[in-house]
Design a protein. Sequence first.
Length: 169
Amino acid sequence: MEKIQISTLAKLRTIIGYLGEKEQFDWWQSSFFTQGSNAFLSPVFSRTQLLAQCNGVTRAAALVHDERIGVGNVYHLFRLPEELEQGIHLSLQESQLEEVIRKIIESRDSALDYLRKNSSTQVQPSMGPKRVGNVHALHDHETWKVVAGLYLFSFEQQKEILPYFTNLV
């Protein structure tokens, strides 16, 4: 997969993870992006703090997604095929991407603005799990814009929508 696509996924995962935390929309019980966590994580993960924060929020968000969507033959933003997971892991260690992400997640409003600018609109989606495509769609940039739009709608309307992909054709 292209490096640009991987960095887009890394940004999207981090931003949605940040927005889903207790201090923002309270979808999952984590606080990896609060000031208190920065003070705790920076001495231990001085060069990879964003990666540590993203890994933590990914686990918290994956639990919520897996509980509601299920596991086996499905993927979602917080549990992807191994090659995408490895790409995200590597990209989150790049200082340029970290700088971009840090600016986006400075506040709830700036994170929502990023989603508004980088999403496709959907027609009144229903609540709950929402299939957006099969595994081939995981490599389609436009599909991820739809995913961003679904999460944006979810946060703005305070209705939980969980986009996912299946192995089924």
